[in-house]
Design a protein around this ligand. Structure first.
Ligand code: KE4
Length: 427
């Protein structure tokens, strides 16, 4: 496979950007490959600067749920561009976006747009602290909620990929009030609440974890978490930056029938543009400036171009019949095909997944939390990744991420990838 131009670009990139990237996971640090510099994308496919084409299972880490460059989204973005890019003033589009999210997600009576998932979760945690007047927060080992100081504790995604417990540059006092519990272990949550019965502002969780690889909540875990937060007067925050509008139009909250107090979004609601959001009951959201005294702001929050992309994508997801059933079927087909390929070749893996989200763990044990995810063989994952890349499948360059499928993927794409995986496992 030709990678000459990617290699040339990488040589330039590392001179002027840390690790040659604007986000660590893109550096391919955990896999032994040259990062492919992407030139363009369409539907389920991306093409690198050397002209290699790939079936895309990263989908920009989730946003491109309809596939790349859906004409309907491009059309609306172009229309907005004719009218201007940013005003720093209120627009009709922001109202439409907020009304749309409120109409689709029952727990979201009010919503505030921001520019990333990090900002969304950081702001939601600040709001929970402001609303309850409490300082301590609970997060779960292996969950990643963006890179705000207080949440970089035993985080997943790039932090886990880098194999670092947290981050340098985060003073101990910034994380002193961040308590970590074990995913799927409600006793670990209960013991924290029993120790600090009236000090916990919130528990923040990925209702389906995507950042230690995909890890599903075990039966009743989320309901028990909901109940214990209610019992102690702590807010439950669902970080749905990945799962929001992916697991269904009402996300994990709708799929599992749990009502969080606050929910955060990113990725899909931007349609490929930089967008995040947090929302919840008006009673809580009214604490946010300028109405309340929990401050949060953003120059490009609710940017009209980003709103045009995000509103169009959400409307298609809400209106197009059968789109989620299609995503479910594609995800199931992929997982079943991978499992069969592993069985046929006596390769020991675990495949976790739900809907259009999947992860292959290279381990024999069940993966249900941070510790069990860490048992995966990352060297074997790296070999698998290279095998996928050279056969034209672009998947997550880290064991601790998710594989995404979009509505643009076809049965044939999945079949092609599965036959490639059979070949890789056969070796
Ligand atoms: P951003 O600030 O990257 O938009 O969102 C942070 C975030 C918050 N919450 C969850 C559940 C997330 O998954 C993320 C970001 N996800 C990673 C991929 N696992 C983004 C990819 C990257 O860091 O480059």
């Amino acid at each position: 496979m030709k990678t000459k131009i990617s290699e040339e670009l990488r040589k330039r990139a590392v001179k002027v950007m840390p690790g040659g990237v604007n986000s660590p996971v893109r550096a391919f640090g955990a896999v032994n490959e040259i990062p492919r510099f992407i030139e363009k994308a369409k539907g389920a496919y991306i093409y690198d600067v050397d002209g290699n084409g790939y079936i895309d299972y990263v989908c920009s880490w989730g946003p491109m749920i309809l596939g790349h460059n859906d004409e309907r989204i491009v059309e609306e973005v172009k229309k907005q561009l004719e009218k201007g890019m940013s005003y720093g003033a209120s627009t009709r589009a922001e109202v439409e976006m907020a009304e749309l999210i409120a109409s689709l997600v029952p727990c979201c009576e009010q919503v505030r747009m921001v520019n990333s998932g990090t900002e969304a979760v950081m702001s939601a945690v600040r709001l929970a602290r402001g609303f309850t007047g409490r300082d301590k927060i609970i997060k779960f080992d292996g969950c990643y909620h963006g890179h705000s100081d207080m949440l970089l504790v035993k985080a997943g995604s790039g932090v886990l990929t880098q194999g670092i417990p947290g981050s340098a540059g985060v003073p101990e006092k910034c994380t002193a009030d961040t308590l970590t519990a074990k995913y799927n272990d409600i006793d670990s949550v209960r013991s924290i609440f029993e120790k600090y019965p009236d000090e916990i502002a919130c528990a923040v969780i990925e209702p389906v974890a995507g950042n230690m690889g995909v890890v599903l909540p075990e039966k009743d875990f989320l309901q028990k978490l909901r109940d214990i937060c209610t019992k102690y007067g702590a807010l439950l925050i669902f970080d749905e930056v990945i799962t929001g509008f992916r697991l269904g139009i009402d996300g994990a909250a709708g799929r599992f029938g749990i009502t969080p107090d606050l929910v955060t979004y990113g990725k899909i609601i931007g349609g490929g543009m930089p967008v995040g959001a947090y929302g919840g009951k008006s009673e809580i959201m009214k604490c946010v400036a300028p109405v309340g005294n929990v401050y949060q702001a953003g120059t490009l929050s609710g940017n009209p171009v980003a709103m045009a992309a995000g509103i169009t994508q959400l409307k298609i997801l809400a209106q197009e019949k059968g789109i989620y059933e299609r995503l479910e079927k594609l995800g199931e087909k992929l997982r079943n095909g991978i499992k069969k390929a592993a069985d046929d070749n006596n390769v020991k893996i675990r495949v976790n997944g739900i809907g259009s989200l999947s992860t292959i763990f290279f381990c024999e044990n069940e993966v249900k939390d941070y510790e069990s995810a860490l048992r995966a063989d990352t060297a074997r994952y790296s070999q698998y990744f290279s095998g996928m890349l050279e056969r034209g499948n672009y998947t997550a360059p880290s064991q601790f991420e998710a594989m995404f499928v979009s509505a643009a993927h076809t049965q044939e794409d999945i079949e092609k990838t599965i036959s490639d995986i059979e070949e890789i496992f056969g070796k």
